[in-house]
Write a protein that binds this ligand. Structure first.
Ligand SMILES: Nc1nc2c(ncn2[C@@H]2O[C@H](COP(=O)(O)OP(=O)(O)OP(=O)(O)O)[C@@H](O)[C@H]2O)c(=O)[nH]1
Ligand SMILES: [Mg+2]
Ligand SMILES: [Zn+2]
Length: 449
């Protein structure tokens, strides 16, 4: 690493977001750009060669062996691209897990779409797409759902597969590895944030992954396909629980007077029990982190109780609007009202205990801190648009009708807890409601889930 880059105060150790290898910044590789240097021993034939440079331009860019200026950096172990921001900002891994079709991809896309506005307006934090090329797939998901010309063209997100574009293939230690591709978004205090002066220390690079649900089923992961092992690095596990996959929930929903007409409440998808999916993931985390069976996971397990739009009639009282959970604090930066959030969590846990107690048992048995948050990515049910190429019902949405609710909260809670765990001031503070005034609404509609 040249002197000019050293002055930007690099982290002592950089973490690769693809294979989680930690290494000193001077060991980072560069990616050649000269056309004749195509083909890399680890990243594959379609990738430019990775190399440890000896020559640099005056502005600190490496020159490849053909004298071309290079831009991109790569991990010395798996040779995947390492975003430059990771040299200066600690990563914050968040794992999203859940059964097939539980709604992981919809959750990710709608959360990415929604989170930036509230982070900026209420928490004075800048949430930025830190790696436009690497995040392209996620950007396409967001565009599919929210960037439409003609709302009569119904939209959907494709099923995440077990191989293909969602993953990165590499060759390390004489074996082929399949890794999950990370999606990177930076979170930094803006100029008006009280922690702006400490931004180097508190800013984080949020790393997210979109797995196929099948990866969380027993036996799906081997040492050559560590696609879900990000869970061991995660500051919080976001387990997507889909009540519409539980027969008891479906029966109860259908019996309601104002029952949702969601087709997912009718068609029985053959799935693996979701409590077992969580237990399987828990076993993997225990194994990877050498956690004794008598100990509990010490980071938050956030159970996202998804597709709220479909099971809403089962709740005896409506959860509070988002503005009750996020309120203005003293210095203009909003605070999470944890007691309001915990009250919602208790109501949801009670409902789960009534209809699907095994998920509560699995969650409480694994983690010491469990929060249940109701979420809907779409705000409404999908429409049956015939059947897809595999003969399954093709579920789609009118993009003008998509209205996510509470998708931001799990991430806000995770950011809040991560700050506390690392002994830093939290980017997302929490406060007692008695000390906080309700935030100005700017004429926005109240947004309960
Ligand atoms: N009612 C309702 N349905 C939803 C919502 N979000 C997603 N869905 C439906 O759930 C189905 C599965 O969503 P995905 O996000 O693709 O699920 P996934 O967990 O990524 O599935 P895999 O990629 O197979 O693991 C989709 O067909 C959507 O129609 C929601 O908020 N409400
Ligand atoms: Mg998916
Ligand atoms: Zn790596």
């Amino acid at each position: 690493m040249p002197e000019s880059e050293r002055s930007i105060s690099l982290l002592p150790l950089v973490t690769c977001p693809t294979c989680w290898f930690r290494f000193p910044p001077e060991e980072i590789l560069w990616v050649a750009t000269h056309g004749s240097l195509m083909g890399d021993s680890r990243a594959g034939a379609a990738e430019y060669r990775r190399f440890l440079p000896t020559l640099f331009t005056v502005d600190g860019r490496a020159l490849d062996e053909k004298g071309e200026t290079c831009q991109e950096l790569a991990c010395p172990r798996c040779h995947a691209i390492v975003n430059r921001g990771l040299l200066e900002m600690e990563p914050l891994f968040l794992s999203i897990l859940g059964a097939p079709s539980s709604g992981k991809s919809f959750y990710l896309a709608t959360m990415i779409h929604s989170v930036g506005a509230i982070l900026s307006k209420q928490f004075h934090l800048r949430f930025e797409n830190a790696a436009p090329r690497a995040n392209q797939l996620m950007t396409e998901y967001v565009k599919t759902l929210f960037d439409y010309e003609d709302h009569t063209k119904l939209v959907k997100l494709e099923k995440t597969d077990r191989t293909g574009k969602w993953y990165y293939e590499t060759h390390v230690g004489e074996q082929d590895l399949l890794m999950s591709r990370p999606y990177l978004y930076s979170v930094q205090p803006d100029e008006t944030h009280p922690l702006h002066g400490r931004r180097r220390e508190v800013s984080r690079m949020v790393c997210l992954y979109d797995n196929a649900g099948e990866h969380f089923l027993p036996g799906a992961v081997t040492s050559q396909t560590p696609v879900i092992d990000h869970m061991a690095k995660s500051e919080a596990l976001l387990f997507i629980y889909d009540p519409t996959q539980e027969s008891a929930f479906r029966r109860a929903c259908r019996a309601c007077r104002d029952a949702s007409l969601d087709p997912q409440l009718e068609s029985v998808t053959t799935t693996y029990p979701q409590a077992d999916v969580l237990s399987e993931a828990a076993a993997r985390v225990r194994q990877l982190t050498s956690m004794p069976v008598t100990e509990k996971f010490d980071r938050p397990l956030i159970v996202i109780v998804h597709k709220f739009d479909a099971w809403r009639p089962l709740l005896r009282k409506s959860p509070k609007p988002l503005d009750d959970v996020i309120r203005a604090g003293h210095d203009g930066v909003s605070c999470l009202q944890l007691d309001v959030l915990m009250e919602v969590s208790r109501d949801i846990e009670e409902l789960l205990l009534e209809h699907a107690p095994s998920i509560v048992t699995a969650a409480r048995g694994f983690a010491s801190e469990v929060v249940f948050i109701p979420v809907t990515a779409t705000g409404r049910s999908p429409i049956v648009a015939g059947s897809d190429s595999n003969g399954r019902v093709d579920l789609r949405f009118d993009p003008s009708q998509i209205a996510p609710r509470w998708v931001e909260l799990p991430v806000f809670y995770a950011l809040h807890r991560a700050g506390l765990r690392n002994g830093n001031a939290s980017l997302i503070p929490a406060a007692e409601p008695t000390t906080a005034a309700p935030v100005k609404n700017n004429g926005r509609k109240e947004r309960g889930p």
